[in-house]
Design a protein around this ligand. Sequence first.
Ligand SMILES: Cc1cc2nc3c(=O)[nH]c(=O)nc-3n(C[C@H](O)[C@H](O)[C@H](O)COP(=O)(O)OP(=O)(O)OC[C@H]3O[C@@H](n4cnc5c(N)ncnc54)[C@H](O)[C@@H]3O)c2cc1C
Length: 243
Amino acid sequence: MTSPVTRAVRDGDGWMLTGHKYLITGAPVVELVLVRVPVEGGPPGSLTCFVLPIDHPGVTRGPVVQTLLADGFTGQLEFDGARLGAEHLIGREHGGVELLRFGRNWIRLRRAGMCSGLARHCLDRSLAYAQERHSCGRPIAEYGDVGAMLVDSYQDWTAMRSLSIELLARFQREDVDDALYRVADRAVQVHGGRGLLTEAGLEKIFRVARNLRIAGGTRETQRAAMLATFTEDEDATFDFGLA
Ligand SMILES: Cc1cc2nc3c(=O)[nH]c(=O)nc-3n(C[C@H](O)[C@H](O)[C@H](O)COP(=O)(O)OP(=O)(O)OC[C@H]3O[C@@H](n4cnc5c(N)ncnc54)[C@H](O)[C@@H]3O)c2cc1C
């Protein structure tokens, strides 16, 4: 499946927006739409940011797209010649990439704490279950493989928590999504068949964690941005800004 392109063209003193956004969080319910699009004839790679109400002429909600989360909260948006004026522009024309980076930094800043909290929840529940659940006369926590999963998750959680604090200090970003995914996966594993039951709630955290590795920017694009940060800031790998 190729990505459909949404774009704007200059139209008098405004713009005309046409296209289709395929995977949009909250599309079935949102009242305001924030859209970043290339403006035809603009610098290559540039984006322009607009905000408009969902009932703006030329804007319609598309169908709900069911994802791993199965929550009906992701959907499509259609733009069919939606006319935009200066009042819809955020920042400057072609200045949307900088705004995108800024917005994503904020999202990931909040996410670091969220991942750390969810991971701690998974760990606490896994530990309690492993101590309470007996197999062949012993708590499963005493079996090496189960104990190793708990230790690995503890290490991941410690790293996540440290990173979330460092992120707050630096307003930088790191990748905590993969670590939460590992911890959530182990929590399901430690709980055995019960971990897969929806009533246990752990499979939901597992699905949320898997979703996070794509929906807010993939691991690969995060790494590319991280490389750019380190290249721009020679001290970034050594000075963690906690002084
Ligand atoms: C549930 C959900 C909700 C979403 N909500 C929104 C939303 O509200 N708003 C919105 O704008 N988008 C939203 N998205 C889209 C989401 O941001 C993209 O799916 C995500 O950024 C990946 O882009 P893609 O799907 O086009 O994958 P592709 O770009 O096709 O990526 C395919 C693979 O190539 C890698 N790749 C691509 N480019 C690079 C690169 N430059 N360097 C290294 N590797 C690269 C990717 O990491 C991935 O592994 C949502 C997606 C989901 C699943």
